[in-house]
Design a protein around this ligand. Sequence first.
Ligand code: SF4
Length: 460
Amino acid sequence: MSLPIAVPSSKRPAATNSCRVCAPLGSVLAFRGLRGCMPLIHGSQGCATYIRRYLISHFREPMDVASTSFDESATIFGGQSNLAAAIKNLVRQYSPEVIGVCTTCLAETIGEDTVGILREITTADPDLPPIIHVATPSFKGCQYRGFHDTVEAILRATARGGERLPHVNLLPGPVSPADLRHLREIVAAFDLPLLMLPDYSETLDGPSLASYAPIPEGGTPLAEVADAGRATGTLQLGATLADGPGAYLEREHGVPLVKASLPIGVRATDAVLESLAAFAMESAAGTSASAPITPAWLSAERGRLVDAYVDGHKYVSGKRVAVVGDPDLAVGVAGFCAEIGLVPVLVASGALTHRMATALDLLGLAPGSFEVMEDADYDSIGRRVAELKPDLILGPSKAYPTSRALGIPLVRIGFPVHDRIGAGRILHLGYRGTQRLFDEVANALLDHQQDSSEMGYAYQ
Ligand code: SF4
């Protein structure tokens, strides 16, 4: 086993420069992947403002998020009337196909019976659109937890069982819009009908429009989600998820679940493609369709990636790295680093899963060669990075102060990336995303070497 050095936040007096983002933010992100959905945050207005600001600065897209705007009275006596009024206003202004209600720390702390209140509201007005509720207090978890709990809440409210259908459910986790588009492309290459939940590939990275669309086009239709319980199988991405929404579908509707690490690197992408090929075979069973083979363009991308590994090996081999991010992304990227000869010395996350060290061991990282920090803040990560002195950091823009202070180059990945354009278009997944990541890692190391050399660089 490796040596996890997770320091639970309960043992620290305070978080300094938090690495966690709040749970309702993860929930809003997931609800944005449902077609025609308007997220409604039950609690104080500042939470909604913070969440909107954080998401807008990353995705550079408009972000309407409703709030029940608790005041002193609602904080003491409960926000029943606020919730009823908010739903009424929201339906009038946005005409949503579905409303996603997530709760803040405040609503949960006062013990608001949100389920009971919503039952009363929907009973009184049966013409309301479907309302999906998820409890997301940030003292229970961060955006990672809020995201997955919301996906499960959507499935619990919507998925129905019945005769098997040929499609596969893909639960991708909180990846980028570019990642979602690429996953869709990969599954299509296996001629496999797909239900992806959530899908914010268009709602959070859409085209410029002549007029403002308060609820952007795109997302998975709720009517399609209803078929999730009849799928051939579910592919759930994320190495640190204990059960996750896919386990609910398996338990409740008998949909076979395959869990896989995020497809970052050759090995991890090969594994996901093998799972898709198996699902395609299962889906086509009893039809005249031929057995699926890996599509030629994917084989070509794999070949180019392996060639790049060979070309760039001398620049990356033996360099030590620190990886920071959402637990599944951090684990997936650390696995990729090990695959290309980088040495992950620190893998850190603001989330607390108790599973990162095991997931990294399973990916084949040499036991004892790396440290894991869960439930970490950037102050403690920065101090450990200063001690370990890696050659490179891979992480969100919030790792930039550490990178700058210590003169260690930073390759930006994951969420949030607030200090660069194109965060929603960062492709991490598949051979193609790995190729982009590999080039960026190698070039960041070369950049740093040239910048810190007295001679710089000259090509005669
Ligand atoms: S109070 Fe809770 S829900 Fe509101 S912004 Fe802070 S962590 Fe998020």
